[in-house]
Write a protein that binds this ligand. Structure first.
Ligand code: TPP
Ligand code: SF4
Ligand code: MG
Length: 308
């Protein structure tokens, strides 16, 4: 097993109130310690807000500004402007939001911040539902998944946020998974060392929300990558698409059968989901061929990027 390498600066503490075994807490530890202590967090209502906690019961050693569900990216942009006005441009602004606060309720603020190319790193913890309020569906919930508000299975598709963000031509977009924390660290490092609007979407298998065992979040995240359900990509300037993990060969059915939210699905439904994954890869493969030769992107955005 690959050793997980990151510089633990003690910026995330034990004793937080995430569900035992939550992969979001694991990911947050790597993200905060990679960003470093000269970072201000801006957090929307979500499991992240609960995990970070309210003063004086906080689990982080960086300042956290709790914002509303609609305004995470706008609030982060405001913090950025305030820092610039104070001559503290070196301080990083790290926005942390769930999929409900990103794909749905905060999408307008996110799109506006992206259009203005605000100098923030926005991380979306995508657990495919409104989980801290009991597990309602979001527009990130996949087709077929049962949630509190889709008791017979969601009938619409998971929104393709990566495509939406790429259309804004922001400097950096990546998807990541807690099943490869070194890859997550590398992507956070790369984003940290760039300027302008950067977004990383991390898939977070949710123990109660997906109906998986307490010790299976990382294995479930790995299956999502190995079945092709969660493509791992980096996109520079919305044009230069790179795959960071090859598509795996494990079956979509294997991924679905481990999760109670899918246990009502029939063979036809499972086959339809498999076709949906294939269609997603057709689109992705077309994108991978479109970037500038050698993936140069915008040299101004890339100058500080560590592409190692
Ligand atoms: C406008 C608005 N509607 C509803 C809520 C209640 N609320 C707080 S957190 C939350 C769920 C957010 O879901 P997501 O962003 O996916 O984060 P998760 O809990 O899944 O980590 C909701 C609905 C709110 N704070 N503001
Ligand atoms: S509800 Fe899900 S995402 Fe939230 S802390 Fe628990 S396992 Fe983690
Ligand atoms: Mg969520």
């Amino acid at each position: 097993m690959e050793k997980i390498v990151y510089n633990d600066q003690g910026l995330f503490h034990p004793g937080h109130v995430a569900c035992g075994g939550c992969a979001e807490a694991l990911s947050l530890r790597v993200i905060l310690n990679t960003m470093g202590k000269n970072t201000i967090g801006v957090v929307s209502p979500s499991c992240t807000a609960v995990i970070c906690g309210g003063y004086p019961m906080t689990s982080t050693s960086i300042p956290i500004f709790h914002t509303t569900l609609e305004t995470a990216a706008a609030a982060a942009a405001g913090v950025r402007q305030a820092l610039e006005a104070r001559g503290e441009g070196d301080t990083q602004v790290l926005c942390l939001a769930g999929d409900g606060g990103t794909y749905d309720i905060g999408l307008q603020a996110l799109s506006s911040a992206a259009e203005r190319n605000e100098d923030i790193l926005y991380v979306c913890f995508d657990n495919e539902g409104y989980m801290n309020t009991g597990g309602q569906k979001s527009s990130s919930t996949p087709t077929g998944a049962r949630t509190g508000s889709t008791p017979t299975g969601k009938t619409t598709h998971k929104k393709n946020l990566v495509e939406i963000l790429a259309a804004h031509r922001i400097p950096y977009i990546a998807t990541a998974s807690p099943s490869d924390l070194n890859d997550l660290r590398t992507k956070v490092e790369r984003a940290r060392d760039m300027r302008g609007m950067r977004v990383i979407i991390v898939l977070i298998p949710c123990l109660p929300g997906w109906g998986i065992a307490d010790d299976s979040a990382v294995a479930t995240a790995r299956l999502a990558v190995e079945t092709g359900l969660w493509p791992m990509v980096e996109i520079f300037d919305g044009r230069d698409w790179r795959l960071t993990h090859r598509r795996g060969t494990r079956s979509v059915a294997e991924y679905l059968k481990g999760q109670k939210r899918y246990n009502h699905l029939q063979t036809d439904d499972i086959e339809a989901l498999g076709r949906e994954v294939d269609e997603g890869w057709e689109l992705l493969n077309a994108r991978l061929g479109q970037g500038p030769a050698g993936g140069s992107g915008n040299p101004q955005h890339r100058a500080a990027a560590n592409t190692g």
